[in-house]
Design a binder for this molecule. Structure first.
Ligand code: ATP
Length: 609
């Protein structure tokens, strides 16, 4: 899912009161902070209006009336209240910071925890980028809503209400005139802001496309160059930047026009005050200080009104973010423990597929495995071979219970594995993937991931057994060498060796391996083979096999074709049969064998085979 898709979602977002309530409910555990926050804001913003009224009193009762003692009294009140206001400003900024951080912390914790419990199917249908945006920018926006959003709304409302209250108190007729002009101000401000925000959203949308184009062209630079796509790409890029220019231009033009327009309407309000107020001063209905106070109150009210559209738009964004976060938090895992699920203490035993049918897509329900049955004896090594897309990984995924059969059952030790807890099964299966994933950190930390309480000696022992020790100690920092993000600083073969060591350390009861198809040098290849054999010894093992040597060592070879066992037997049996395995062997493996025997063959050639 690309970034622009997120932006488009925002366009469609309606104001959803239910989500807003749910977002506000996030602050419930911190209600004391919220109350303190709101009271402080209300206090500080009311003080603004009180100051204006005090100024009126200073002008009328102190300066114009030439009453020195009253002037000093009012100035002392003014100064004291100034101190209260300064403390209040400090208070709410501090409270906003703390409250925002608490909400952000709660949300991220909740999301991370929930994500860990979701099934693999959720991650296959949900792009990583989408999830990352929920955890980062969306939680940020939601936290901003319950802090700065609340601040804007409370502040604005309190300003308008208190200013209006004082105006009505000073001269209700003039206050009503101002009240009549307010809707015009609202309308002008709202319309402008809406359009400006629309243009800025468009700028953001195009910007994310530009970033995407940069990203694609940089990461795919070899393909771009190889296919001589430079000119065509430049044309596409030009169109995007032109689009960006147009939107930015319109946004700049509207922004420039916005302030003068609002100021014009405000000037009308101020003119009305001066005109009506001036006349009232003459007939004695109003004072000079009163007019001055009115002018200040109108200015006060102008800011929140001008900002109204921005605050509303941000609220809408935050609600859209909240909806997406809640959609993730509300997602129910497809695979979860049944009531009464237990840990049998071991999963050593026969593994049986009994008439298993499975599909990924709930829409078309196209089966990947159909009425699949297989009985694997405890300790047996099964090699899965076959054309790509046949269903080998799916079989392995079902054994790990990353997915469950749609019909039929899988039995471990004679019992439907759904009777066991997920942890009981998954913690006893060791897996080495074709492109193993390492976490950023050191080699030692990555091996320890297999068993967190392992000692350093056990880690070295596991690495020795897996055949990883020799290459590790040749590295500059040995076991303390950083592997980089995703293990990028290591080769595929080295990653597999570390992954094997991790599996050795975990001492799993069932071992699953997806052999690497990419080129690995012959020495590493031999080390991996040895490590694998060590792991397979005495354990029920499933290997998605790409190497002839592994296949030959397996107790049984399964040729998987379109979700079915096309052939089954040992290497010799299947060759004798001269069926599917035989043709696969002659096409793929015999050539490999010849390469293996050829002392001058290169690893690249092996991979190509
Ligand atoms: N997460 C998924 N969602 C939807 N369909 C999937 C998913 N994973 C696999 N498939 C589909 O299921 C079928 C079997 O895939 P599977 O990965 O099990 O095959 P495979 O034999 O392991 O292939 P390969 O050797 O290429 O890894 C394929 O048609 C594939 O497109």
């Amino acid at each position: 899912m690309s970034v622009e898709y997120f932006e488009e979602e925002e366009f469609k977002t309606q104001f959803n009161g239910q989500t807003l309530r749910r977002i506000l409910a996030l602050t419930r555990p911190h209600w004391r902070w919220v109350v303190g926050f709101l009271v402080t804001i209300a206090l500080v913003s009311s003080l603004d209006s009180i100051f204006t009224y005090l100024s009126k009193l200073i002008i009328d009762n102190g300066i114009l009336a030439q009453n020195r003692s009253e002037l000093y009294r009012l100035l002392i009140i003014y100064g004291s209240l100034g101190f209260v206001q300064a403390s209040g400003v400090f208070g709410f900024i501090y409270l906003a910071g703390v409250l925002g951080e608490r909400v952000r912390y709660d949300l991220r914790q909740k999301m991370f925890n929930h994500l860990q419990g979701l099934s693999l199917s959720y991650f296959s249908r949900t792009p990583v980028g989408w999830i990352m945006s929920r955890v980062t920018s969306d939680s940020e926006r939601v936290a901003d809503l319950v802090t700065w959003g609340l601040l804007d709304v409370t502040w604005g409302m309190m300003n308008i209400i208190t200013a209006m209250g004082f105006m009505l108190f000073i001269n209700w007729k003039l206050a009503l005139i101002v009240l009549g002009i307010l809707p015009i101000l609202f309308y002008v401000a709202y319309e402008f802001r809406k359009r400006i925000l629309g243009e800025f959203r468009n700028v953001r949308k195009v910007n994310s496309k530009i970033t995407g184009a940069f990203n694609e062209n940089i990461t795919g630079v070899r393909v771009v160059k190889a296919l001589c796509r430079e000119d065509a790409n430049l044309e596409e890029f030009k169109a995007l930047t032109a689009d960006m220019y147009r939107s930015s231009y319109r946004a700049a033009w509207l922004s420039a026009l916005f302030l003068p327009s609002v100021q014009l309407v405000s000037a009308i309000a101020l003119a009305a005050i001066v005109w009506y107020g001036g006349w009232q001063v003459q007939v004695g209905g109003m004072t000079v200080g009163g007019i001055q106070a009115f002018v200040s109150y109108v200015t006060f009210m102008m800011w929140p009104i001008q900002d109204l559209a921005r605050v509303f738009a941000e609220m809408q964004h935050a609600i859209a973010s909240g909806e997406r976060i809640f959609s993730m938090i509300d997602a129910v895992p497809d695979v979860k423990d049944l009531p009464g699920a237990y840990d049998p203490g071991t999963i050593q035993g026969d593994i049986e597929f009994d008439n298993v049918t499975f599909y990924y897509d709930e829409g078309d329900k196209k089966p990947v495995l159909e009425n699949f049955s297989l009985h694997v004896k405890r300790g047996e090594t099964i090699a899965l071979v076959g054309e790509t897309g046949g269903g080998k990984t799916t079989i392995v995924n079902l054994i790990c219970r990353f997915y469950e059969p749609k019909s039929g059952s899988i039995r471990i030790g004679g019992k439907d594995y759904r009777e066991y807890s997920l942890h009981a099964i998954q913690s006893r299966i060791g897996m080495v993937l074709q492109t193993p994933h390492l976490f950023s950190g050191t080699i030692r930390e990555n091996i320890r991931y297999g068993r967190l309480d392992a000692t350093d000696e056990e880690i070295v022992e596991a690495a020795k057994l897996a055949g990883a020790h020799d290459f590790i100690i040749k590295l500059k920092k040995g076991y303390d060498e950083e592997v980089g993000e995703g293990g990028n600083l290591l080769s595929v073969g080295q990653k597999q060796l570390i992954s094997l060591a991790r599996a050795v350390l975990a001492k799993p009861e069932v071992f699953i391996m997806d052999e690497a198809t990419s080129s690995v040098d012959t020495l590493t290849e031999a080390l991996i083979q040895r490590g694998m054999e060590m792991m397979m010894k005495g354990r029920t093992s499933f290997v998605i096999a790409h190497r002839l040597s592994t296949i030959k060592r397996a107790d049984r070879i399964l040729v998987i074709e379109q979700g079915k066992i096309a052939e089954m037997g040992s290497h010799a049996e299947l060759l004798r049969k001269r069926g599917k395995y035989y043709s696969l062997y002659t096409k793929q493996f015999r050539h490999q064998m010849e390469q293996d025997l050829d002392p001058f063959s290169q690893p690249e050639q092996l991979a190509a085979a």
